[in-house]
Write a protein that binds this ligand. Structure first.
Ligand SMILES: Cc1ncc(COP(=O)(O)OP(=O)(O)O)c(N)n1
Ligand SMILES: Cc1ncsc1CCOP(=O)(O)O
Ligand SMILES: [Mg+2]
Length: 558
């Protein structure tokens, strides 16, 4: 039996328990998005035959999937908040391979830029050739281009090795106000680089500088700037309004030559904004490499940056005015749930139901105690109709039962009840309070579970700082009316996509629990049950039966 989810379950033991030719496109330079079959196939992640894509057979794997690939051409930031380092982190966070051509090495920190050492243009050319001639780059993202010669070198390289899209972040002024590009480069930007850009992403200062000092103080000014910049050649323009005075939201203006889109996001109060421009542009590039349209790439990138800023707002690093942020959303949460929640707690997850308790004339505390005695490894109080005060009292009483057994007690839906009772966490669904908000209310030490039926929801749960996801209904159940099912296939797809541990829920009982856990992904950590343990005359008996079946399956698989 394929039972790796179970195999990796340490909780039970604890408790009792290679080169390929570059696809040259027959598309006129510099326009880069092509509907050619090669690129359509690449967008879909399908490898074309060797003969079709022009590669030779020798030494190649015909069946391999195309890896989305962004090449960043930018400067190195010793503080690692911006530049090449930010680009690498951003692409990694978005699941895209990132290669690097370094144009300059800067000495900088949170205070500012202390030194810039420009890489000789011949060596920039050599780096470009090394990567572009070999590594199937989808999208090039440019950052700091510190000399006209380097811009020329890049232009030449892209003529020789066209890519699908070019994202130009016109880095001229760092967030600390230091000028990073020679002013004479401006003309070249305007005449050449903007011409080859599929999108250019200036902030207000950069847009103003590119437009000869145009005053940009309102969203209408940004719209005008976007239009003029668009007339200079890029296919799309994103003017970022993060520095717009007196705006409540952060407003960016996107213009593709036809339509304007005002993209609003909540303004995150933080000093940790160093590298947001590089990160946003890299994310746009990453999403384009994965196949997104330009507007959705921009939207996804904005949302990611907003999330990362929110997560990193309290990080303290360096003494300067602007700190870096955490692209992986982990630094702040290193201490999440005291670092103790591993996911193994999800092995046998008992979710209460007051209707069932009433039917069997059993107080909640008794039901919880029996479930724990039978081997439940985590409890959730799911009380849909309880009065708030009573719910808090019950939660407190159940916590007294759970704590000596070190069994976490979570509260379904009600963050207020979790806070008031000092429960170990909450479980929220897609129509409940967003996990990100729950996290900011509960802090880093509480457990947060999120119900997910799709890969996108699972990804968002991770972005939002959840600790696990509940996936289901796996099977139909009368416990939760009108609940759509994902089946075993859906469960497996979500587990494989999830970076978080997963517990399966919905219609799980003694006859199918082993099959469910047997589907294999190692992050499938357990089963959550309601009726199988609580709609029975003996909670302890039913829980024990399920626990010993699961444990036996683990031991057998081992
Ligand atoms: C472990 C676990 N997984 C999923 C759910 C369902 O939560 P939700 O989608 O919010 O539905 P309700 O339980 O609130 O009806 C859960 N409770 N526990
Ligand atoms: C709360 C919930 N969420 C998805 S299915 C479900 C109910 C599961 O109940 P049962 O274990 O009785 O099928
Ligand atoms: Mg809910």
């Amino acid at each position: 039996m394929a039972c790796s989810g179970l195999l990796s379950n340490s909780f039970i033991a604890n408790k009792c328990f290679r080169p390929r030719r570059h696809h040259k496109l027959a598309v006129p330079y510099p326009r880069s998005f092509s509907s050619s079959r090669v690129h359509l196939a690449q967008n879909l992640g399908i490898s074309m035959s060797m003969e079709e894509n022009g590669a030779t057979k020798q030494g190649l794997d015909v069946s391999r999937k195309k890896l989305p690939h962004v090449l960043t051409v930018a400067g190195s930031d010793s503080g690692a908040g911006a530049g090449i380092q930010a680009d690498l982190k951003a692409c990694a966070a978005r699941g895209v391979y990132c290669s690097t051509v370094i144009t300059a090495v800067t000495a900088q920190n949170t205070v500012g830029v202390q030194g810039v050492n420009i890489v000789p243009d011949e060596f920039v050319a050599q780096q470009l050739k090394s990567v572009l001639s070999d590594m199937e780059v989808d999208v090039v993202k440019t950052g700091m281009l510190p000399s006209i010669e380097i811009v020329k070198v890049l232009q030449q390289s892209l003529k020789e090795f066209p890519v699908r899209a070019v994202v130009v972040d016109p880095v001229m002024i760092s967030t600390s106000g230091d000028v990073l590009a020679d002013p004479s480069i401006l003309a070249r930007f305007r005449e050449e680089l903007l011409m080859m850009a599929d999108i250019v992403t200036p902030n207000l200062k950069e847009a103003s500088t590119l437009l000869g000092g145009m005053r940009l103080e309102t969203v209408d000014d940004m719209r005008r700037a976007a239009k003029i910049l668009h007339s200079m050649g890029p296919r799309s323009v994103l003017v970022k309004g993060g520095d717009l005075p007196e705006s409540f939201d952060a407003v960016d203006v996107f213009f593709d030559g036809e339509e304007y889109h005002e993209l609003h996001s909540p303004r995150v109060k933080t000093r940790n904004t160093h590298g947001t421009g590089c990160t946003l542009a890299s994310c746009i590039a990453a999403e384009l490499a994965k196949g997104s349209s330009m507007l959705s790439a921009v939207k996804l990138a904005k949302r990611y940056v907003e999330t990362a800023l929110e997560y990193s707002k309290d990080i303290i690093l360096g003494n300067g005015a602007q700190g870096p942020f955490d692209h992986f959303l982990r630094l702040k949460h290193n201490t999440s749930t005291g670092g103790t929640f591993s996911g193994n707690e999800l092995f046998l997850y008992a979710v209460t139901d007051s209707g069932m308790n009433e039917k069997w004339e059993r107080p909640m505390e008794v039901a919880v105690k029996e479930a724990i005695k039978g081997g439940a490894t985590i409890i959730q109080l799911r009380e849909k109709d309880a009065e708030t005060r009573k719910f808090i009292e019950t939660a407190k009483a159940c916590l007294k039962i759970c704590r000596p057994y070190k069994v976490p007690l979570l509260i379904n839906d009600r963050i207020d009840v979790a806070l008031a009772s000092d429960a170990d966490g909450v479980h929220v669904g897609q129509s409940d309070m967003p996990a990100r908000v729950a996290r900011s209310l509960l802090g880093p030490d509480k457990v947060i579970g999120v119900s997910c039926k799709t890969v996108e929801q699972a990804h968002q749960a991770w972005l939002d700082g959840a600790d696990y996801i509940g996936c289901g209904g796996v099977y139909p159940t009368s416990t939760k009316a009108n609940n759509s099912t994902v089946g075993l296939d859906g469960l497996k797809t979500i587990c494989l996509a999830s970076k978080l541990p997963v517990v399966a829920i919905g219609g799980i009982n003694a006859s199918n629990a082993i099959t469910v856990l047997g589907i294999g992904p190692p992050n499938l950590k357990g089963v959550a049950v309601v009726s199988t343990v609580f709609d029975r005359s003996s909670v302890v008996g039913e829980t024990r039966k399920l626990h010993s079946m699961l444990t036996e399956a683990v031991l057998k698989a081992n």
